[in-house]
Design a binder for this molecule. Structure first.
Ligand SMILES: Cc1cc2nc3c(=O)[nH]c(=O)nc-3n(C[C@H](O)[C@H](O)[C@H](O)COP(=O)(O)O)c2cc1C
Length: 186
């Protein structure tokens, strides 16, 4: 699969089979994160790879944040079950001081976003699925996984073989709404 095809066909996967992930495929996904570009090449990312089913179940429970989801009418994070069902969960953390800050922009989040896309595209390229889970109780998750103070948990990524056929993804805005040539046009 070439890059453009991977970009066009990747979808968030929230239903997983119990088929184990081969170690070499997991390695390929981790390697893709390792190769991501980052602020001054400081590579602020740290990944906790969780395969223990009990710990995955506990992580799943922590992906529902009442104050975020309830006002929107959700009874669970749409990816909650995925975190328990996928055989692997990658907890993507950042060491913010190992990245930059300019004009109020914290670049560790940019670094992590790029790493996340590398992770998801590599997963897709080797036949696996994943989804960025950005809503979780960071404090409780940090306690559960012994994350040191000051290290931020940025995303959770269930990883495994997708169950069922991939559906069409949610629509995207047309290019003429998001791209301006030469100057911003309102
Ligand atoms: C920063 C970020 C946080 C996200 N958090 C969640 C989440 O907590 N739960 C979930 O089910 N999906 C989450 N998503 C997935 C998006 O809903 C999904 O990427 C978007 O709807 C587009 O669908 P696609 O990935 O299939 O193209 C998140 C995506 C991003 C980039």
């Amino acid at each position: 699969m070439d890059t453009l095809e991977a970009l066009a066909t990747r979808r968030s996967v929230r239903k997983f089979s119990d088929r184990p992930v081969e170690p070499e495929k997991l390695q390929a996904v981790l390697e893709a994160v390792r190769m991501a570009p980052s602020w001054a090449n400081m590579q602020c990312w740290r990944l906790v790879v969780v395969q223990d089913p009990e710990v995955r179940a506990a992580i799943s429970e922590l992906s529902f944040v009442e104050s975020y989801f309830s006002p929107r009418g959700y009874k669970m994070n749409p990816a909650m079950k995925a975190l328990a069902e996928a055989p692997v969960v990658i907890v993507a953390c950042a060491v913010p001081e190992q990245s930059g800050e300019m004009a109020g922009q914290a670049y560790y989040l940019t670094d992590m976003g790029i790493a996340a896309e590398n992770l998801m595209l590599a997963a897709h390229a080797v036949g696996l699925g994943s989804v960025f889970v950005g809503v979780f109780d960071e404090e409780k998750l940090g306690d559960l996984l012994d994350i040191p103070p000051g290290v931020r948990i940025v995303g959770l990524f269930p990883l495994g073989y997708p169950l069922g056929e991939a559906k069409a993804g949610p629509p995207r805005k047309p290019l003429d709404e998001i791209v301006f040539y030469e100057k911003w046009k309102g």
